[in-house]
Design a protein around this ligand. Sequence first.
Ligand SMILES: Nc1ncnc2c1ncn2[C@@H]1O[C@H](COP(=O)(O)OP(=O)(O)OP(=O)(O)O)[C@@H](O)[C@H]1O
Ligand SMILES: [Mg+2]
Length: 358
Amino acid sequence: MITTTGLTKVYQSRGRDVTALDGVDLHVREGEVFGVIGRSGAGKSSLIRCVNLLERPTSGTVTVDGVDLTALAGRGNRASRELREARSRIGMVFQHFNLLSSRTVQDNIELPLEILGVPRAERARRALELLDLVGLADKAKAYPGQLSGGQKQRVGIARALAGNPKVLLSDEATSALDPETTRSILHLLRDLNRQLGLTVLLITHEMDVVKTVCDSAALMKQGRIVESGTVSELLATPGSELAHELFPVTGDASGPDRTVVDVTFHGEAATQPVVSQLARTYNIDISILGAAMDTVGGKQIGRMRIELPGRYDDNVVPVGFLREQGLQVELVEDDREPAPESEDIPAPRTELVKETVK
Ligand SMILES: Nc1ncnc2c1ncn2[C@@H]1O[C@H](COP(=O)(O)OP(=O)(O)OP(=O)(O)O)[C@@H](O)[C@H]1O
Ligand SMILES: [Mg+2]
């Protein structure tokens, strides 16, 4: 539904070139909620602004719903009529709502329709329908100043939907809101995605947002996408930074002669009671040191840190059993154990070291 290829954006700032996007290949499927996460300055806003051509890419292409927007952009700074039309089918939600304070809620929602030349009665009908959809049917005549942040964002979302878009872009739509309001806005976006079949591309720096609503996610660093995939695919990727941040687990071994492993649950294996099967089959006591699980699409996915009695050499068979069940198992080494005295081996590391068990 949204594809970018080799997207680059270089800004000129005080005579210097600032590369905000450095060859971004993004692919968002129809009907999914796709989250882009990254630190401040990673290029997230530049990406979303290039997707609807609010910002002209320096090079590369942007295709939305089969239309090559970069080809419509033309050379001048003014958007062509075709580009304006294509853009009206892409809704955009902003962090600070961007509502006009002198207009009522209803008139704010009608604004994009006015620009499109939709007749007055039709505009009013559509605006009231949208207000109902976002749960603000009674606020049509209120002014933005009389609304809470969450209500303002609902108006922002209703306005973004006015042109019946297939795609909704959201740049930090919840970062000005408190946690509870954030949840309600995220659920609204999720409901709209399901009810209207809307494809949503959202930008955030909060992992929780990704976890709550996204089907897929990408991690941006310094203008590049360094990881991307569905939440399950990310979990299935050993060493995935996003998966570790989405499902963080901690917990240290309770003593020496213990084996600590992280078990990742995704796909079919996640429905099996593997921990109790493991305990029963090998007659061993298993401690759960930490877990980060979530239900996505009716299945448990996530990661659990467990401790088995004995050293790793004693646990090759139980670990093999877990792997046979289709689970990913990573050995967690504890840096508190004394390092062997050899010049070839680096000094003890301060962080937990993870290795994929072969
Ligand atoms: N109009 C501009 N002119 C010059 N440089 C810019 C401009 N807009 C963004 N940049 C630079 O491009 C880089 C990426 O900025 P961008 O706003 O896309 O990051 P971001 O990931 O959205 O960050 P944040 O999380 O803080 O919103 C930064 O180094 C920024 O300073
Ligand atoms: Mg930004």
